[in-house]
Every structure is written in structure tokens, then in C-alpha cells.
Design a protein around this ligand. Structure first.
Ligand code: MN
Length: 264
């Protein structure tokens, strides 16, 4: 495309966008009624004990939020401020508590890791939220897995490239039903563990987080305007490790039902 043609296309696109904003007729005979070309499914999480679905706007994840896990990943937990990454919302894979859900082994990896995490789901948001008000944003909690293509994550990190391909892929965010704070209160401590084929791999207490959920919300809100529908994976304890096809992962957080997935 020549430079002139490219400019012309850009001008036309801008005019169409302005037309859409103003609700006016577009060149070419289109009328003012705008139509979406095709439907998109929106990721939702069922709310336990009701027919409500929680719509997911963004998935934030905190990195290295338990000291022993930070050490096993090669960093010094005493000096590192919190850092966050995102997964796409369609990475959500709902896992019902009463059965074993198949979870596909993803492409490209030879070192596929589990990370069991508490997930906080927000029904309000804002900017610069003080820690003292942060938990007011939390609608409820769920048990989640931050599944990770560890070899790709490490490989990209070694090259100082974004490690998105290791973290933000299809179905990398299995999650159980949401439990509203109106029913279970806030989850600030209690056991979190993960078994593979019946053997304990990860076990810790939620009160061992370096940055608790309120602090995570407050910190995130300095970088992003938080909105209803945002969910936050709050980090995993130490002893992350690999699974292969056929393995069954069972995970637990006190106050929430256990979840099980089979790697297929
Ligand atoms: Mn994680």
C-alpha cells in the first residue's frame, strides 16, 4: 500500500469511527443502526448458591507473593515491591467442585506447572484506593490455579522479553465458583494446599502472603483504575512443580470447596 493510500484508509477509518460515535449515517448507505458483526462470549464465574454469574473484566495476577516461593524463583522477597501481570479473560476455565474436570495440557511446553492461589473478585473499584478501604471492593473469593508454561516463562525472562506466552494462554486460569463475602466473610488466613495424585506438593497458610489482598488492591489501583469485574490471583506458595498428562491435581483453601482437575 502506498503512503497516500495508507493515509486515505486511515482517514476513512477515522471518519467511520466518528460517525459511529455521533450515531450518524455512514458513507455507502449504511443506516444509523450499528450492529456487532458476531457475538463474543464473555467469561463469567458462577456464584455459589444462586443462579448469578460474575462477569470477568480483567484478570490480574501478583508474582512471587510468598517468601519461600520468591526464593525458589530466584529473587529476594525482602527487597522486591509487588509486581503484577494479566491473563486474558477467556483464559478462565470453570471447575465445578463436585467432579474432576479435564484440563488440556497446552502446546509448546515440556514443563507445565501448577500454582494454587486464592482469587479475590471485585464488585467495585477506583483509583488510589487506601488499604483501609480496599476490602470493600471484594465481592467474593474463589480457589484458582495459575497454570504456567514454566519453560517458556523462564526462557523469555532469560532473554528479558515479556513472559506472556508462559502465563497468558488459553485455559491457563482454572477457577472454582465464587463465594460472596456476604456468606463467608473475608479470607485472610487458613490453609492452602495442592496435591498431585494424592501427594501433597504445596502447603502453606494464606497469612504468609508478603502483600495481603487489601494491599494488592491498593497497589494495583495506583497503576490501573480498578473496575467491577476485575479479579486478582493473589500468588502461590512455594513448591510449584510439573504435571504430565494423566495427573490429577486437587487443591484446597479453607472455607472453599476443593477443586480437582485431570491433565489430559
Ligand atoms: Mn501465580
Amino acid at each position: 500500500m502506498s503512503e497516500n493510500n495508507r493515509r486515505e484508509v486511515m482517514k476513512t477509518g477515522a471518519a467511520a469511527a466518528l460517525g459511529a460515535l455521533a450515531g450518524c449515517a455512514l458513507p455507502g448507505g449504511a443506516n444509523s443502526e450499528m450492529k456487532t458483526l458476531f457475538p463474543l462470549t464473555h467469561a463469567t464465574i458462577p456464584v455459589v448458591g444462586s443462579n448469578a454469574q460474575f462477569p470477568v473484566r480483567r484478570i490480574y495476577c501478583i508474582g512471587r507473593n510468598y517468601a519461600a516461593h520468591a526464593r525458589e524463583m530466584g529473587s529476594d522477597p525482602t527487597r522486591e515491591p509487588p509486581f503484577f501481570f494479566q491473563k486474558p479473560t477467556d483464559a478462565i476455565q470453570f471447575v465445578a467442585p463436585d467432579s474432576i474436570t479435564d484440563h488440556p495440557y497446552p502446546t509448546l511446553t515440556k514443563n507445565y506447572h501448577y500454582e494454587v492461589e486464592l482469587v479475590a473478585a471485585l464488585h467495585t473499584g477506583g483509583r488510589s484506593i487506601p488499604i483501609s478501604k480496599a476490602l470493600d471492593c471484594v465481592y467474593g473469593y474463589a480457589l484458582g490455579l495459575d497454570m504456567t508454561r514454566r519453560d517458556l516463562q523462564r526462557g523469555m525472562g532469560d532473554q528479558k522479553k515479556p513472559w506472556e506466552i508462559g502465563k497468558s494462554f488459553d485455559r491457563s486460569a482454572p477457577i472454582g465458583p465464587l463465594h460472596p463475602t456476604s456468606q463467608i466473610g473475608h479470607i485472610k488466613d487458613g490453609a492452602i494446599w495442592l496435591k498431585v495424585n494424592g501427594t501433597i506438593k504445596q502447603t502453606a497458610n494464606l497469612n504468609q502472603m508478603i502483600w495481603n489482598v487489601a494491599e494488592q488492591i491498593s497497589q494495583l489501583s495506583e497503576a490501573f483504575e480498578l473496575m467491577p469485574g476485575d479479579i486478582i490471583y493473589s500468588g502461590t506458595p512455594e513448591n510449584v512443580g510439573p504435571v504430565v498428562k494423566g495427573d490429577v491435581i486437587e487443591c484446597h483453601i479453607d472455607k472453599l470447596p476443593n477443586l480437582s482437575v485431570k491433565i489430559v
